[in-house]
Design a protein around this ligand. Structure first.
Ligand SMILES: NC(=O)c1ccc[n+]([C@@H]2O[C@H](COP(=O)([O-])OP(=O)(O)OC[C@H]3O[C@@H](n4cnc5c(N)ncnc54)[C@H](OP(=O)(O)O)[C@@H]3O)[C@@H](O)[C@H]2O)c1
Length: 291
């Protein structure tokens, strides 16, 4: 019997890539987005509207689904898990047989990173739902590195010399596809990381070599980081989330390197250099010098 897959977050980078990787293997999925008009669907895919914030909109997308990917949405700590809970409830109600959830490395109630605490809440909802699941705990994305730097080529934050096992979103998407097509028999969480753990000093030096421009990391205190970040006008919870991502790195929460990508996909995960060789356009913001 043909299995039916649902990909949420299909207007986003990971969901889009997963849908196209599945299509390339001859598997057509149902694709969900808040705005179906934003989805660039492979031929033959069904695109449906659904919003985690609107539980009533989720029944139809999950109906008849065997396996679903739940891409994490965006809201403050606690609210975000509540939104994910709506999707998990819809899946349970529809009799979905396996859920794949995009979590974050170090997900724990005691994490320094508010979003990792929130992911732990969502993982608790998954476990309580009775639906078999796999939480893929992605490390920081290599793809996000160019956006860490300001116009002067400086990244600031209280990460100290802490290291993170940065992973390419391409390896994340490939791993998601492997789990969707062959869900593990036992529910649980898997770290999804790159091949090595890097400090922000390492990141600045190595990306500098790629763009031919000096880049540097400046460690700073939490208080200094909070002060300048607050001037951006961002709400307090976003400022604390930003600080927390650096503090989690400083505390070593993102340092463990896992074998998950290779074990599930047969791929060697991309190093920083190989990632930016494959996606050179992502370095464009860093090729622009100071004003
Ligand atoms: N590990 C890291 O370094 C890192 C960095 C950034 C993000 N992330 C996480 O990884 C996830 C996937 O990454 P990505 O690059 O694919 O992110 P992305 O491109 O921002 O895509 C996020 C997707 O989630 C959808 N979404 C947001 N809120 C939703 C809601 N209330 N209901 C239904 N769908 C909703 C978005 O839909 P719209 O198009 O309607 O907004 C979008 O399709 C992100 O959601 C984020 O949680 C991790």
């Amino acid at each position: 019997m043909r299995r039916m897959l649902l990909i949420t977050g299909a207007s986003g980078v990971v969901g889009h890539r997963v849908a196209h990787l599945l299509a390339a293997r001859g598997t057509r999925a149902r694709l969900m987005a808040r705005d179906p008009g934003k989805v660039q669907a492979p031929p033959g895919c069904e695109v449906v509207a659904g919003d985690y914030a609107d539980p009533g909109s989720l029944a139809a997308p999950f109906r008849g689904i065997d396996t679903a990917l739940i891409v994490s949405g965006y809201a403050r700590e606690g609210d975000r898990a509540r939104l994910h809970g709506h999707a998990i409830s819809a899946a349970a109600h529809a009799g979905v047989r396996h859920l794949v959830y995009l979590s974050f490395q170090g997900a724990s109630p005691s994490s320094r990173f508010p979003m990792a605490r929130d992911h732990a809440l969502t993982e608790g909802l998954l476990a309580a739902s009775g639906v078999p699941y796999t939480a893929l705990r992605d490390s920081l994305y290599l793809d996000a590195i160019p956006h860490l730097f300001d116009r002067d080529g400086v990244v600031r934050g209280p990460a100290g010399a802490g290291r993170a096992a940065f992973v390419s979103r391409e390896d994340v998407a490939q791993t998601v596809v492997a789990v969707l097509l062959q869900p593990p028999a036992v529910s649980g969480a898997l770290d999804v990381t790159g091949p090595e753990a890097l400090s922000l000093y390492d990141v600045a030096a190595r990306v500098s070599g790629l763009v031919g421009r000096p880049l540097r990391y400046e460690d700073e205190t939490v208080e200094a980081g909070r002060l300048w970040r607050a001037t951006s006008g961002a709400p307090d919870w976003e400022v604390e989330t930003w600080l927390g991502s650096y503090l989690a790195q400083a505390a070593g929460e993102l340092e463990p390197v896992s074998e998950t990508v290779t074990r599930l996909t047969g791929r060697v995960p991309l190093t920083l250099e190989r990632h930016f060789t494959e996606f050179p356009e992502q370095l464009a913001p860093l090729r622009v010098g100071p004003r």
